[in-house]
Design a binder for this molecule. Structure first.
Ligand SMILES: *[C@@H]1O[C@H](CO)[C@@H](O)[C@H](O)[C@H]1NC(C)=O
Ligand SMILES: *[C@@H]1O[C@H](CO)[C@@H](O)[C@H](O)[C@H]1NC(C)=O
Ligand SMILES: *[C@@H]1O[C@H](CO)[C@@H](O)[C@H](O)[C@H]1NC(C)=O
Ligand SMILES: *[C@@H]1O[C@H](CO)[C@@H](O)[C@H](O)[C@H]1NC(C)=O
Ligand SMILES: *[C@@H]1O[C@H](CO)[C@@H](O)[C@H](O)[C@H]1NC(C)=O
Length: 231
């Protein structure tokens, strides 16, 4: 402690150099803090996806590093109820060099390029539902482990909520159409019945002739006017 105090007293004289040292130390510290996140692994802003069984999904993952990389190791694993099942792994020798990816799963394909280390999972089944871990380790930073989790939900049909809503709308619309049709049929039947009754009345009261028919037509239209408010 003692030597540090005296050391601190020395730069008081040459103020400019002490400022420079202070600034330099700050920059180094800032850089160190920034580079504590030297390697970053990300599965994107939305770390989950909902997909239908039988479809093919992209499991996205990217890495970034402020140091640059050398022999970066990465892998994808599936969290099978606590047991990590490795799907693939590879070492990226240097920035921009395509890795030789070892696949341990029939339905996995590597589609990454550069900082993109995404994989495809083909023809998914309900057993594929769960957490997928994108893991990376950069030997340049003392083998610190970095990982990100992507959640896959395998569903039977997409948007169940939308489907029920559609069903509701369709049944309401269908019901309305049915009601309208029913009312129209009822009206037609009533009108038909009224006309039949009127014809019977005509037969009873009036003998049929050309002139009479026109008169009947007029009385008929009056009857119609009376009938419609009833219906
Ligand atoms: C998804 O699963 C359902 C229910 O098991 C099945 O009926 C359907 O055929 C499956 N779809 C595909 C594309 O595999
Ligand atoms: C997952 O593990 C827990 C305990 O470790 C066990 O109780 C549970 O049954 C397991 N579930 C499945 C689906 O294997
Ligand atoms: C996915 O399913 C299709 C059709 O069933 C098949 O042709 C294809 O080979 C499958 N892909 C994988 C990677 O299993
Ligand atoms: C990674 O690559 C895949 C396949 O080429 C692409 O679909 C995906 O959008 C890429 N992701 C990013 C973050 O660039
Ligand atoms: C990183 O993960 C490996 C297993 O993949 C483990 O053996 C190692 O101890 C971890 N390192 C650190 C620094 O956590």
């Amino acid at each position: 402690m003692e030597p540090r105090r005296s050391g601190g007293a020395v730069p008081r004289g040459p103020a400019r150099s002490s400022d420079a040292v202070y600034a330099g130390v700050t920059v180094v510290l800032l850089f160190a803090v920034w580079c504590a996140q030297a390697l970053e692994v990300s599965v994107g802003k939305v770390p989950h996806i909902e997909a239908m069984n039988g479809s093919t999904v992209l499991l996205p993952c990217t890495y970034s590093s402020c140091f640059g990389i050398k022999n970066l190791y990465f892998s994808w694993s599936y969290n099978d109820n606590g047991t990590m099942v490795k799907l693939c792994q590879a070492v990226i020798p240097a920035e921009g060099v395509d890795p030789n990816v070892k696949l341990y799963h029939d339905r996995v394909g590597f589609v990454g390029k550069g900082h993109n280390i995404s994989i495809l999972l083909y023809n998914i089944t309900f057993e594929d539902d769960g957490e997928y871990i994108c893991f990376a380790r950069n030997p340049k930073e003392k083998n610190r482990n970095h990982s990100a989790i992507y959640r896959l939900y395998v569903v039977d049909e997409l948007k169940v909520v939308d489907k029920t809503l559609t069903t509701i709308i369709m049944s309401v619309v269908g019901g309305l159409i049915g009601l309208i049709v029913f009312v129209m049929i009822l009206k037609a039947l009533i009108l038909f019945a009224l006309r039949k009754m009127r014809e019977k009345n005509k037969e009873c009261l009036v003998s049929s002739s050309g002139n009479d028919n026109t008169e009947n037509g007029l009385t008929g239209s009056k009857a119609d006017n009376k009938a419609t408010p009833k219906a």
